[in-house]
Write a protein that binds this ligand. Structure first.
Ligand code: FUB
Ligand code: ZN
Length: 674
């Protein structure tokens, strides 16, 4: 049964009638906490501003040109005029790169209107529309040559959808892109295509006597269909999303790779393909938010607990194994061979964000922030023009970002994620305003019926000084400031990683110069008052270099420590150190110097510390020499050529060995070749 709150919301949107009212409908409506959409947050930050600029000027134009150059547009043209002569090449989900790039461009369009770009997208949509079959089916990998479709597609529609055809995956990304484009421009050209394909799927697949009972081999349609339901108000899309979740584990597909080993409500461990998994958990949260079904929430709570206690890298990356692009066993977190697909980091953000919207606890943002500043943005070069598919935590060379891949899921996911970042900064629940991320911006918020404008200035992630000014709005509300876990001495919300010194850092919050005291509630410091224009909140978090130890059960990190400062995880890389960074020993009580380097890698802080370098002398005896080890943020590694890199630094003698590191290497699965 449809949740009444949503019903009222949709009714209001429909009564208001205009496109603009519908454009306000947000993908996360239905959650107890309402996000402040990215359209309302103008980023003025140097750290994130640079990333957004790179996305606008480099990443998205590059992805469009790659779609053109690699025949992805051509596939639609061919599907409009099928022929037995066409050889269906590439991946069965190549259409999604077009949809995902349009999605990212749409987010940019809302912040930076660009008629030229809109015209370009419209012209792409003309060829996409022409490829759609009369009943709505849109899957170029079959339509261009139905007698000899893509080898992963199966001889008829849907027969391989639980394996590799990706017909529902294509639908999911199509919907996500179409809704974004509709919300950005008010135009229905993409939305109508997506509705037609969604209707085709809803008719063919389900519990009915003439329907096929099938679930997506690769999830994403679940969350996309909820989004389509919220935009159109048509309950059949919500029903379809729920069907896809509830039928999983009951169809012929029953393996862990596809999270179909058990019914979703019984799952309690993150298993299988990490991107599929996170998209499914996000879909469960979305369905739960609108239906109020708490059973889904209990399941994702359990799974989240498993991830943060046993399967999360210190960089916030997930999915340890190359084989199956999958989660490993509990505590299986190798460094050199870590897969940590960029898409999985994005999926991890989706899940943690939704859990925050459900539960209002800062710990989800602690994980989100860790992923965001480390294992997610490592996936794209600072100039926006090249990408990592796996994001390992150690390297002996051989890793460099590439401008595109045959399987281009990661670049096109970066296209849609980075421009959506401003939407993660604030959230509102009744008269409570959450400040979740710290970056300079100007935001317009709706608190009850009143408008509130906040201006945030922040030196994050390089220093912990943040200033939030009320620049419009005389009204009572509670400002809830997230006090990050790293300040409170909790590296992660579990015992997987811990600061070696066990210390909490200091922080101080003032309003108009007067210190605010009081305990934290769910990780937030609450300031309730009648705010007025000109009020200023100043926040200071002590930001010191810290060393982190992993739970002893993580074999790969034994005898090693990682180094962090604020939200940033550091690594040692070859260009900054004239010795092999694997052959070192940290002091048992290391101290670090912080240095601002405005000219290094778009401006960053380095850390340095005294270490001992191990080598063998000519007589074959172990020799030690003192040296200065320089560390850079993990996200910035591999910008100066290929070579050695290490996040987990040896602090015990047994851990310092290059040969052990070599032994960890795994086979490459070929997906991320250019
Ligand atoms: O299957 C579609 C995408 O390709 C997955 O999400 C990635 O892991 C890659 O396998
Ligand atoms: Zn990917």
């Amino acid at each position: 049964m449809m949740n009444m709150k949503i019903c009222a919301f949709l009714l209001a949107a429909l009564v208001a009638g205009g496109v603009s009212a519908q454009r306000q409908s947000d993908i996360h409506s239905g959650y107890p906490i309402t996000p402040v959409p990215f359209t309302s947050v103008k980023v003025t930050d140097s750290f994130w501003g640079q990333r957004l600029k790179a996305s606008r000027e480099v990443t998205i134009p590059l992805a469009f040109s790659k779609c053109e150059e690699t025949g992805r547009y051509e596939n639609f043209v061919k599907a409009a005029h099928p022929s037995e002569n066409y050889k269906v090449e590439g991946f069965s989900f190549d259409d999604t790169d077009v949809y995902k790039t349009i999605e990212g461009a749409s987010y940019l369009l809302q912040t930076y209107p660009d008629k030229q770009l809109e015209k370009y997208i419209d012209s792409v949509l003309v060829i996409v529309a022409a490829a759609q079959e009369p009943d709505g089916y849109l899957y170029t990998a079959r339509t261009m040559n139905p007698k000899h479709p893509h080898e992963w597609a199966g001889p008829e529609r849907w027969v391989a959808v639980e394996n590799l055809s990706h017909e529902f995956y294509n639908l999911g990304h199509m919907i996500e892109g179409a809704v974004a484009y509709y919300q950005a421009t008010g135009k229905r050209n993409f939305l109508d295509i997506a509705i037609k394909y969604a209707d085709c799927v809803c008719e063919a697949i389900g519990d009915g006597p003439d329907q096929k009972r099938l679930v997506p081999g690769h999830q994403i349609a679940e969350m996309a269909l909820v989004r389509l339901y919220l935009v159109t108000g048509d309950e059949k899309y919500l029903k379809q999303a729920k069907f896809f979740l509830d039928a999983r584990g009951y169809t012929s597909r029953r393996d862990a790779y596809s999270q179909a080993h058990k019914p979703v409500l019984e799952q309690d461990e993150a298993v299988g393909h990490a991107v599929r998994a996170t998209y499914m958990y996000a879909g469960m949260a979305d369905v739960a938010a609108v239906t109020g079904d708490t059973a889904y929430i209990h399941a994702i709570d359990r799974i989240w607990d498993n991830i943060v206690s046993k399967k999360l890298y210190i960089t916030g990356g997930i999915g340890a194994r190359h084989a199956g692009e999958a989660f490993g066993d509990n505590y299986e977190l190798p460094n050199l061979s870590a897969y940590n697909e960029t898409c999985a980091a994005i999926g991890n953000v989706f899940v943690n964000y939704r859990l925050f919207l459900l539960h209002g606890e800062a710990k989800y943002f602690d994980v989100l922030e860790r992923t965001l500043y480390n294992g997610l943005i490592s996936g794209v070069s600072l100039d926006g023009g090249s990408f990592f598919y796996p994001n390992p935590l150690a390297s002996t060379g051989g890793y460099s970002r590439k401008p595109w891949f045959g399987c281009a899921c990661c670049p096109s996911n970066i296209c849609r994620f980075i421009p959506s970042l401003p939407g993660y900064v604030y959230a509102v629940k009744g008269d409570q305003v959450y400040v979740n991320l710290f970056l300079s911006n100007r935001a317009e918020l709706q608190v009850g019926k009143k408008k509130l404008v906040l201006e945030q200035e922040s030196g994050y992630p390089w220093n912990g000084d943040v200033r939030v000014k009320v620049s419009k709005g005389n009204l009572p509300f509670t400002m809830k400031i997230r006090i990050p876990g790293w300040v409170q001495g909790k590296a992660v919300p579990s015992d997987l990683y811990a600061y070696a010194d066990g210390q909490k850092l200091g922080y101080r919050v003032t309003v108009n110069g007067e210190e605010v005291s009081g305990g934290l509630d769910k990780g937030y410091l609450s300031i309730a008052r009648k705010w007025k224009k000109g009020d200023v909140v100043e926040i200071h978090f002590d930001m010191e270099p810290r060393i982190v130890k992993a739970n002893e059960k993580v074999a790969a990190d034994r005898g090693r420590v990682a180094v962090e400062r604020g939200p940033i995880v550091y690594c040692a890389e070859w260009p900054d150190n004239d010795f092999n960074v694997h052959n070192i020993l940290l002091n048992q009580h290391p101290t670090f110097q912080v240095e601002e380097k405005p000219d290094l890698l778009y401006g960053l802080n380095t850390l340095s510390t005294q270490v001992q370098v191990l080598s063998y002398d000519n007589a074959g005896k172990l020799a030690l020499r003192d040296a200065k080890l320089t560390l850079i943020p993990y996200y910035a590694w591999a910008h100066r050529g290929e070579g050695d890199m290490e996040v987990w630094l040896p602090i015990s003698v047994g851990a310092s060995s290059a040969t052990e590191v070599e032994a960890e290497k795994q086979e490459d699965n070929g997906f991320f070749r250019q």
